[in-house]
Design a protein around this ligand. Structure first.
Ligand SMILES: [Zn+2]
Ligand SMILES: [Zn+2]
Length: 73
């Protein structure tokens, strides 16, 4: 068994609602890819091993850093 992020491996879709306007937010990839433009302040909030993704609102472009629980496959 291997521990993987379900989002990185397209195993599941999660729907995040924008805290700003209530619209759907889209997965914009892993936080690591956003290092230059977006530095997460709540990095320590998540457990080790979680994959962190950045979600961006399709409406107001709000960014949100979400910790994704790994699953065993
Ligand atoms: Zn991931
Ligand atoms: Zn929004």
């Amino acid at each position: 068994m291997e521990k993987v992020c379900p989002l990185c491996n397209s195993l599941t879709n999660i729907e995040i609602t924008c805290p700003n306007c209530g619209k759907v937010m889209e997965d914009s990839g892993r936080v690591q890819e956003f290092r230059d433009s977006y530095a997460p302040e709540d990095e320590l909030e998540y457990e080790n091993g979680d994959c962190r993704h950045v979600f961006q609102c399709i409406n107001c472009h709000e960014l949100k850093n979400i910790g994704i629980k790994s699953v065993f496959i």
